[in-house]
Design a protein around this ligand. Structure first.
Ligand code: ACO
Length: 328
């Protein structure tokens, strides 16, 4: 039987670190409010010269090095992003492929907001297990700062830029495989989080100008997110007959410390099991899970064969969870 294996992980964080106190200068907000309501202390913003594909390229290059494969071994590149370099073409996956020197191989983007990395895992697993492709490069890359309204205190303090990448390869060893991935969506909640596309016709909503920036019904998203994530995580564990205590690392999407704590407490995970990076990076959308996984990997705690549980919730709304053994 052929399984899919997450062989290597890597991330890239842009240089400029932005503390909460920087927002105090221009907005009616405080470091205390941001930390208390979200857990966020800092986030990193890319420079004007750096685009999403540059961040993704750096993470992808390191993931490739760590996998022991060459760029020429990659059969497919998929990128999840809500902040692509271009509006709809060329895809960020095509741009990263070109930077890596990958030619004549399929490349495309997906748009599932913060659930991006779970959707990427689902696609990579399906392509490998169906014998369609062998070595797949998946990348969550975001320059969220390029779609933030820096006059909206309800959104701009929450997000950061960064990228995470993984190489997914075939294996015959189930104990080093991606065991299960669950993805879902409910477009009925499409107005909870959205980025308006400003055209001549839609430039004004109820007489108000709307910027092409992320808009979010924060509180409604918070409540739906907590409820959905808890039931999704419970379901994937039950379906695979795995107890929370058997999971080495629970790596949730990093949107808000209160969401992570609520889900972690419900599942009775210990603080050693739950990976938290939101305080450092803020919400880096599709990049947040691979960036967090890379942090545990680089700390030396994440070992080959460790069992990892992932979960995410984001715009669409979309959500998903995954159970996998790390490394080949
Ligand atoms: N500083 C100070 N006050 C603020 C700020 C700020 N930065 N932002 C909002 N407030 C105010 C609001 O205006 C409101 O004031 P009011 O009571 O006078 O109206 C008050 O704080 C409370 O606002 P709420 O929105 O109810 O605050 P809440 O506790 O819900 O926290 C937050 C807001 C942090 C956005 C939270 O709701 C959240 O994390 N939501 C979920 C985010 C998420 O998971 N998104 C999904 C993934 S993202 C993606 O897919 C792109």
């Amino acid at each position: 039987m052929k399984y899919a294996c997450l062989k290597s992980i890597a991330s890239y964080v842009p240089k400029r670190c932005v503390k909460n106190s920087e927002f105090e200068k221009t907005l009616d907000t405080t470091d205390e409010w941001i930390q208390k309501r979200t857990g966020i202390q800092t986030r990193y913003f890319a420079s004007d010269e750096e685009n999403t594909s540059d961040l993704g390229f750096q993470a992808a290059k390191l993931a490739l090095d760590r996998s022991g494969l060459q760029a020429s071994d990659i059969d497919l590149v998929i990128v999840a992003t809500l902040s692509p370099d271009y509006l709809n073409m060329p895809s960020t996956a095509c741009l990263i492929s070109a930077k890596l020197g990958i030619r004549n191989k399929p490349a495309f983007d997906i748009s599932t907001a913060c659930s991006g990395f779970i959707y990427l895992l689902s696609l990579a697993k399906a392509f490998i297990e169906s014998n369609t492709y062998n070595n797949i490069l998946i990348i969550g890359a975001e320059k969220v700062s390029s779609v933030l309204d820096f006059t909206d205190r309800g959104t701009c303090v929450l997000f950061g830029d960064g990228a995470g990448a993984a190489v997914i390869t075939p294996t015959t060893d189930k104990n080093h495989s991606i065991l299960d991935v669950h993805i879902s969506a409910d477009g009925a909640y499409n107005d909870f989080l959205f980025t308006p596309r400003v055209t001549k016709k839609s430039e004004f909503i109820q007489g108000q100008s709307i910027p092409q920036c992320i808009q979010m019904k924060g509180n409604e998203t918070f409540k739906l997110g907590v409820k959905t994530l808890i039931s999704d995580v419970e379901e994937i564990l039950q379906k695979n007959e795995i107890l929370p205590s058997q999971v080495d690392f629970f790596i949730p999407h990093q949107a808000n410390l209160r969401i992570i704590s609520a889900v972690g407490e419900q599942l009775k995970f210990s603080s050693e099991q739950v990976v938290i990076t939101v305080q450092k990076y803020g919400n880096t959308s599709a990049a947040s899970i691979p960036m967090a996984m890379n942090d545990v990997y680089e700390s030396g705690r994440l070992k080959s064969g460790n069992l990892i549980l992932l979960d995410a919730f984001g715009g669409g709304v979309t959500w998903g969870s995954a159970l996998l053994y790390f490394g080949g």
